[in-house]
Design a protein around this ligand. Sequence first.
Ligand code: XMP
Length: 510
Amino acid sequence: MKHQFVLILDFGGQYNQLIARRVRECGVYCEVHPYSKALYIIKSKNPIGIIFTGGPSSVYSDCAPKIDPSIFSMNIPILGICYGAQIMAQTLGGEVKSAKVSEYGKTKTKLFKDSILFKNLPEEIITWMSHTDYIATPPKSFKVTSSGPSSPIAGMEDSDKKLYAVQFHPEVNHTEYGKEIIKNFLYDVCGCNGDWSMSKYAQSTIESIKKQVGDGKVLLALSGGVDSSVLAALLSKAIGSQLTAVFVDHGFMRKNEGNEIEDSFKNWNMKFIRVDASERFLNRLAFVTEPEKKRKIIGEEFIRVFEEEARKVGAVDYFAQGTIYPDVIESGNGDASLIKSHHNVGGLPDYIDFKEIIEPLRMLFKDEVRQLGFELGLSDVLVKRQPFPGPGLAIRIIGEITKEKLDMLRDADFIFREEIAKAGLDRNINQYFAVLTSMKSVGVMGDFRTYDYTLALRGVTTSDFMTADFAKIPYDVLEKISVRIVNEVKNINRIVYDITTKPPSTIEWE
Ligand code: XMP
């Protein structure tokens, strides 16, 4: 696919992926690469703009990342952010100093009107700061374009050389107009034309898969999750029946989910195999209560079932993986070819007879994978699916798993999700599900004493699933859910709502 390219040079900052996502959201293709590879990437990929990310170092520390000064005279526009701004200042002869106290959080920042970076922006905005060092004197040819109470030089530029820098983080949502600042840099400084779109990506990737695969055979482990579903759709469009997608149904999917996955794919042009292995998994898990043991058994059994099916398919040329860009960046900045250590694909290639791995989603962020899914015509059910752990409901039943408990949990979880959707809360809560505890307590129903299970409801809001807050579901919605579950699902007589954040809790209970 021919498109413009912007290079994000990674100095180790925690927001490096966020910068790349913002650039892509602006319709511009970018990649994240380590600062140490700058000159090589510039030579081989010809970027029309470069963004330096922030980073945890002080420019004065011994192991501080340095940049080859020649990068500043290549006539490629550069935007330095936080550490990226400081290293630009220091390398070009300005002065960076260490403050006694770090500046962290939201701060009011003045923007000077004549900078193209701040085109059409107010004179003062809230920005997000996170730094100890600050630029005390800009390099000679630079003018100051922005300032804040603790950062006299919150922005600087040499517009003739197309070099721009900001101390604050335009990529985080806390910075007002942050996306506009990035957009101004891309469109008004670098001359981007917004030629990155998922429809073009779909077309060109389909073409390149066709070319690469020829008349070869491709095998895919389909979990029904967003990534593997979009991958299946993409491969189906490219190579049709040369693709065999194996969906191992371990029996721990949510209510109707196995059928939904099958219904979604059975009319696509591919060989679709659904293996009902639910009994086999249940037998392996009989009397197992320890969470890590459950996960391990499920992972191993999954590989075994998949391996048996793959043997029936016979030798294939390619094994397709749904690796996505965050995995690639985290595994070492886009260089290592990563085998996702997810339980249901980790290790698989060792067991299966194939020549090569293909990873057509490896340059896409999750939201782009979803857009691609829509482009390819996948249903909302698959594309908007909330995250679901590989071991499924098996880790949402505390203690021993039985068929009865699974059915109970499935019904209760379905009611919870149905009522959340009815209340229109499904867009605001990032993940929500029910957990069947192993605790029983006394209740009363009609004239009878009951001694039944306690069900826990969990709903979280989060942007990265690394930290999460519990969702503030209105009491009347919780009440409706509670009444329905207790009335409609046998053997549950108590409902509790999980009000812990992550950390200290995790999102899942096991
Ligand atoms: P925790 O419980 O660690 O979950 O706070 C964070 C996110 O990861 C999901 N999760 C998994 N996803 N395989 C997966 O693909 C797993 O084994 C697994 N365990 C947890 C969890 O649902 C949440 O979104």
